[in-house]
Ligand binder design. Structure first.
Ligand code: SAM
Ligand code: SF4
Length: 351
């Protein structure tokens, strides 16, 4: 029976040339996606200025968001049929999802058992870190752009610095190590705080990585000229520390890693815009409303929720997912004059 006979949505025109054989999530450029980013909600309790406006966004209606069972079914298909080996939960703020420990436990119980991590702002982590570790969570990445409470309040528009710090400590205590920290530097706000934040992280044994600001904000305020570049970040860090390139190959990991003052600590810089790593990308994304995106910057999505709710079999869903990946573009094209920011912001895609 064809998808349309089964009441399923017609595939995107580009998907029709995709291979139908069983197997991994490959694309026409030979990349294989093994790392699945799952957004569990588009809602958030912070309002980081580089991510969303002060008033928030029009959140997805509840019935459009995948249920816990639907999320777990798609992850199971990814792991069992499509070669997914790492699952990272994100959002919005994934700790706002009540079923998170259950979703983590069900994901970890799959075979082969994937590496399971969480990207979070750490609000509420103080309360939930033990339960998440018990559910099988392996690691957390906490987003923290500054070690100063006042700068934190300026960037996130909420005075919750101490709660974040407590959440990070709880994660470390619960064994969710290494606690990784993701930081974005903003011109005129915290662009002079790179070395200070590194010192703060080194003291606490957190692994810090700076990420270049990307054109994924809901307000479309990003300007390339204002972006703090990887080169600038490295120059700032080198004014306070001796950095030597870490020996391990970068592979598909986006961060360029540097050993700090002879080690063992390292710091990473992710030049998503000025030093793109698209050629080695192994990621695929699932939005909270069940759309597969083959790239953060993709302009097309593939509606797996419609397939799920239309009664598709696991094999049909896997085939649709493979077809969506097959047409992944070679790069994000931010430098291309024809570049268009995707319709959804980072918080709705899952960062
Ligand atoms: N709320 C969680 C958090 O902040 O970690 C998860 C979702 S958030 C969208 C994921 C990551 O995206 C965070 O590390 C955040 O700093 C980053 N991010 C958001 N907007 C960004 C932008 N325009 N450029 C670069 N990184 C961005
Ligand atoms: Fe929320 Fe994360 Fe976006 Fe900040 S970066 S507003 S914490 S989703």
């Amino acid at each position: 029976m064809s998808p349309s006979q089964a009441g399923l949505p017609a595939p995107h025109p580009e998907e029709r040339s995709a291979p139908t054989a069983a197997g991994a999530l490959v694309d026409t450029h030979g990349r294989v996606a093994t790392d699945l980013r799952v957004s569990l909600t588009d809602r958030c309790n912070l309002r980081c200025s580089y991510c969303m406006p002060a008033e928030g966004l029009d959140w997805l209606p509840g019935e459009e968001v995948l249920t816990d069972d639907e999320v777990v079914r798609l992850i199971r298909i990814g792991v069992e049929d499509l070669g997914i080996r790492e699952v990272r939960f994100t959002g919005g703020e994934p700790l706002l999802r009540r079923g998170l420990p259950g979703i983590v436990a069900a994901t970890k119980a799959l075979r082969p058992s994937p590496e399971v991590s969480l990207t979070t702002n750490a609000l509420g982590l103080e309360r939930t870190a033990d339960a998440l570790a018990a559910a099988g969570l392996d690691r957390v990445n906490v987003s923290l752009d500054t070690a100063r409470p006042d700068t934190f309040a300026t960037i996130t528009r909420r005075g919750r610095f101490e709660d974040v710090v407590a959440g990070m400590a709880a994660a470390q205590e619960a064994g969710l190590r290494p606690v990784k920290v993701n930081a974005v530097l903003l011109r005129g706000v915290n662009d002079d705080q790179a070395a200070e934040l590194l010192a703060w992280c080194l003291e606490r044994d957190y692994a810090l990585r700076f990420i270049e600001q990307m054109p994924l904000d809901a307000q479309h305020d990003w300007h390339r000229g204002e972006m703090v570049t990887a080169e600038e970040i490295l120059a700032q860090l080198e004014s306070a520390y001796t950095l030597t390139p870490a020996v391990e190959p970068r592979g598909s990991a986006p961060a360029e890693l540097f050993v700090v003052d002879g080690g063992p600590a390292t710091v990473g810089v992710i030049g998503s815009v000025t030093r793109p790593f698209c050629g080695d990308c192994d990621r695929v994304r699932l939005t909270a409303d069940g759309q597969v995106r083959n790239c953060l910057f993709a302009r097309e999505e593939s509606d797996l929720r419609a397939s799920l709710r239309g009664g598709a079999s696991d094999a049909e869903i896997a085939e649709r997912w493979r077809a969506a990946m097959w047409v992944k573009r070679p790069g994000h094209g931010i430098d291309d004059p024809t570049f268009l920011q995707p319709a959804r912001p980072m918080s709705a895609i899952g960062g």
